[in-house]
Ligand binder design. Structure first.
Ligand SMILES: Nc1ncnc2c1ncn2[C@@H]1O[C@H](COP(=O)(O)OP(=O)(O)OP(=O)(O)O)[C@@H](O)[C@H]1O
Length: 518
């Protein structure tokens, strides 16, 4: 048996061993704890890293989701685009197919057109050839036209000369006698059935011994128009004078006769074509002649005025007021005769002249109502002035056409004016101016023979106004209007005697108012 000491000793040794083991265990534990701490730090670090990686991964995942969404959206848009493009492609294919059909058609058309084009080209070649020929012909024709135009101008000059010679041979003062129609048989006969130049008036009375006494009066004129003569027949003879006026002469046409003998009918006429009088017909003829001469290089300007002379006072029938109150004077100067303050209207057509005549007619009607049948108691003067110039020859010409409806020529006793002071004055004025007209014409005739005779133009307004149109360079026609009524026999005889005096007058050779440009 072991002693207590040994046991204690053993126990101590055990204790020492255990303590050593414990200390080792503690050291080990410490080491392990240190290692554990290290591992724990490592774990923390790994955890942190892991968390960071998880965050990063999640963010990355979210970004990827977004990208995916965007890519999906892009895909959808791309698909839409694609389907649209497909549609476009389909439509383009349809268009292409349509276009190719059209191209085919166009191709066919092109071929047709090409064929036509070839045909046209062939015609064009032929036409060019023809044109070349025609141009040659044209050149020749132009030369020919120029020659013909020259011939025409020369012929126009000859025509003017011949026309004037004919007028001069007929006499620069001519008298026509026109008998107006009536239902009552008249004591007038027209024996010259061929030339219509003669009129014979007759009257029978009882002598103191109871025997029948027959008296005959025979008159000859350039032309006698019987009652059934038409306005056109009278104008046939007058129209030549209208032509003369266009050729540059002064022309005066008078209607003379007692009241109611047909003066106004002859000069102005009725409203229809067939009854139109000398004024509208002459104006129409002047326009016609002027137009015909245009082809020969003539250009004309025309103007008209219309006035009446009543009691030796001039009234403007185309004035603005219905009743003219202005005072008008007659002036003669180098450019011709002018009436102060008178309305002169540029004339462009015969229809315009007709409306002017209507205005003048209405003015005369107003005056007639105011002053007792004034139209028969006044002289009316329509004047058409015509100025021409020829661009080829440089010639110019001035002509005038005066158409005068004279006041009634009845004598004082016949006019019933003796008891009425105003009528007496009127009649005296008319008689004075008509005899002044006769005197001027007679003096012009005498001047023709002697050369230096004074012409009493100033004795009446009418002769003074018409001075230039009555003198040597003019052509005058008097149309004597006669009433066939037996009751008017004495007046008719007076008129016929007056007209015979005029008819026996010859005015000197008419001078054409033509100037040649220097
Ligand atoms: N040749 C004719 N044919 C038909 N009727 C005519 C003819 N001559 C005159 N007359 C008619 O006779 C009437 C008188 O004629 P007009 O008025 O022309 O005479 P006048 O001489 O001008 O008279 P006044 O001096 O009063 O003006 C008118 O009604 C007119 O129509």
């Amino acid at each position: 048996m072991m002693s207590e000491k040994a046991k204690v000793m053993e126990l101590q040794e055990n204790h020492l061993l255990i303590s050593r083991q414990l200390a080792e265990a503690r050291t080990q534990e410490l080491t392990q704890r240190r290692e554990l701490d290290n591992y724990s730090d490592e774990i923390q670090a790994l955890k942190k890293k892991h968390a960071a990686e998880v965050d990063e991964y999640e963010a990355d995942g979210r970004k990827k989701d977004r990208d995916i969404r965007e890519l999906r959206e892009d895909l959808r848009v791309a698909q839409d685009d694609l389907s649209r493009e497909r549609e476009t492609v389909t439509s383009l294919r349809a268009t292409i197919s349509h276009q190719s059909n059209a191209q085919l058609t166009l191709g066919t058309q092109k071929n047709v057109l090409q064929a036509q084009c070839d045909a046209i080209q062939a015609s064009l070649d032929a036409a060019t050839e023809t044109i070349a020929h025609l141009q040659l012909d044209l050149e020749g024709s132009r030369k020919r036209v120029a020659e013909l135009e020259q011939d025409a101008r020369e012929a126009e000059g000859v025509r003017r000369k011949l026309h004037n010679m004919v007028q001069e041979l007929k006499g620069n003062i001519r008298v026509f006698c026109r008998v107006r129609p009536t239902e009552i048989a008249a004591n007038m006969v027209f024996p010259d059935r061929r030339d219509h130049k003669e009129i014979v008036l007759s009257s029978s009375s009882e002598s103191a011994t109871g025997q029948e006494r027959k008296e005959l009066w025979n008159f000859n004129f350039d032309r006698v128009f019987e009652p059934e003569s038409t306005q056109a027949e009278v104008f046939e003879e007058v129209s030549m004078l209208a032509q003369s006026c266009v050729d540059g002469y002064n022309v005066c046409i008078f209607a003379y006769g007692q009241t109611g003998s047909g003066k106004s009918f002859t000069m102005e006429g009725g409203s229809t074509e067939s009854t139109a009088g000398m004024i509208p017909r002459a104006v129409e003829k002047v326009f016609e002649a002027a137009q015909e001469l245009e082809s020969k290089g003539w250009q004309y300007k025309m103007e008209g005025q219309f006035l009446e002379i009543y009691n030796e006072t001039i009234n403007d029938l185309l004035g603005k007021a219905e009743f003219d109150k202005k005072k008008h004077d007659i002036k003669h100067d180098k450019s011709g005769t002018r009436v102060t303050d008178i309305v002169t209207i540029p004339l462009h057509s015969p229809t315009q002249v007709r409306s002017l005549l209507a205005i003048a007619q209405s003015r005369r009607t107003v005056a007639a109502t105011l002053m007792n049948e004034r139209s028969s108691r006044s002289h009316s003067v329509f004047t058409l002035r015509i100025q021409g110039s020829n661009s080829h020859t440089g010639e110019t010409c001035d002509g005038s056409l005066n158409l005068v409806d004279l006041a009634g020529s009845e004598r004082l006793k016949e006019s019933g004016a003796a008891d009425n002071k105003d009528r007496l004055r009127e009649t005296q004025n008319i008689n004075r101016s008509l005899s002044a007209l006769g005197d001027v014409i007679a003096a012009l005739g005498e001047k023709g023979e002697k050369g230096d005779k004074h012409i009493p133009y100033r004795n009446s307004k009418l002769t003074y106004l018409l001075q230039n149109s009555l003198s040597g360079n003019s052509k005058t026609l008097m149309i004597l209007n006669v009433s066939p009524l037996a009751a008017h026999l004495n007046e008719s005889l007076c008129s016929l005697r007056f007209a015979t005096k005029v008819n026996n007058t010859t005015i000197g050779t008419a001078k054409k108012q033509t100037r040649t440009a220097s």
